[in-house]
Design a protein. Structure first.
Length: 363
């Protein structure tokens, strides 16, 4: 157990370090100073209260889509539809606020609930296709992403369009999710995201239902023989993961974006998959990795302005982190690597036992 926990921490950390080393070599090859570039990257993400707030705001949707992936994958469900479920939640939330036509906190709560339910329903549909028809969920969830994107286009170009510009009307001020600090863009949505991450961590690792869900993901056949309803747990994973993404969409549209426009939400789903894999499908680590991704995204613009290093270098670093993390996890299943790691930890255990024995003899 201790060996697994140690490796789950080491692999992401080493992946990030290796990716940054390669990134610095690329910056050096471009004729730029890598230390200066990293300095501007950090300045862009942490250099002022506004920059810090922008980083937190950028991390919020990534946390939700990452947790969506984390929860589903723990049950052996490969939900690639986080983006579509995120957009569905956003569409449901803004539709409620615009159609009700009243301002007030109760509209905000109703819109958030609508977004959560809509995301869960959007996750339920491919779940039914998986559990009752045996269709591959990776294909169906990606298809539902396209459907959600096209339907969002219908809303901001036709049904909820405002004026000549293809966009919806903004969320009424009184229906927006409030800011934690009035002068900054950080809303209570980030608090919801972090609390949700803690709740999912507790559920998965400290409750019987969470253990059963992970058991289904680890070995569906053995779980079925032990009396667990595999289909029911998989369907629940689809619904809950979709609801998580839908809640994220509702929080984002009501607290940050305020209206649907072309390109909204693009890439959030697959970024969530990437950061969840880097985090080894651990909910708390997913929150941390999401913030790391946000740091890279926000700081890259300042880095480009300050040093001339293109933002595409940051995209390369992100890709390398994913490659190294996935490769590192996969290598642990190779016989020689598994044997080396086992011997390494056994050697440390024996050395620790010898030290304890010597200490007792000395006493």
């Amino acid at each position: 157990m201790q060996k697994t926990k140690t490796l789950n921490v080491l692999i992401p950390v080493l992946s990030i370090l290796l990716a940054f080393v390669v990134g610095m070599l690329i910056i050096l090859a471009l004729g730029k100073n890598p230390i200066e570039a990293i300095g501007f990257l950090m300045k862009g993400a942490f250099g002022s209260k506004t920059n810090l707030a922008n980083t937190v705001v950028r991390a919020m949707p990534l946390i939700f889509t990452g947790l969506c992936t984390c929860f589903a994958y723990r049950c052996g469900v490969f939900n690639l539809g986080g983006e579509g479920q995120f957009l569905t939640g956003a569409m449901a939330a803004i539709t409620v606020t615009l159609l009700i036509g009243h301002d007030g906190w109760w509209v905000t709560i109703l819109a958030v609930l609508a977004g959560t339910v809509a995301g869960g329903i959007w996750g339920l549909l491919p779940g039914l296709l998986k559990t009752w028809r045996g269709l591959n969920e990776m294909i169906t969830t990606i298809m539902f992403n396209y459907v959600a994107t096209l339907f969002m286009g219908y809303l901001y170009t036709t049904a909820l369009r405002e004026g000549s510009v293809p966009q919806t009307a903004p969320v009424p001020d009184a229906s927006k999710i409030g800011r934690i600090i009035p002068d900054l863009r950080i809303t209570w949505g980030i608090v919801i995201a972090v609390v949700l991450g803690i709740a999912i961590w507790y559920f998965l690792f400290y409750t019987s239902k969470g253990f059963q869900l992970r058991a289904v993901g680890f070995n569906p056949t053995a779980s079925s023989y032990n009396g667990l309803s595999v289909k029911r747990y998989m369907l629940a994973a689809f619904i809950v993961s979709g609801a998580i993404a839908g809640l994220g969409g509702a929080c984002d549209i009501l607290g940050t974006q305020f209206r649907l426009i072309s390109g909204y939400g693009g890439g959030y789903g697959f970024d969530g998959v990437a950061l969840a894999l880097i985090a080894q499908l651990h909910p708390l680590a997913t929150v941390v990795v999401a913030y790391f991704f946000a740091v890279l995204r926000v700081g890259s613009t300042t880095m480009q302005v300050g040093t001339g290093v293109p933002t595409s270098v940051i995209d390369i670093i992100q890709a390398l982190v994913i490659i190294f993390a996935v490769a590192g996890s996969s290598m642990l299943y190779l016989p020689k690597v598994k044997s080396f790691v086992a011997n390494l930890f056994e050697g440390k255990s024996e050395k620790k036992a010898d030290n304890v024995a010597v200490s007792k003899e000395a006493n």
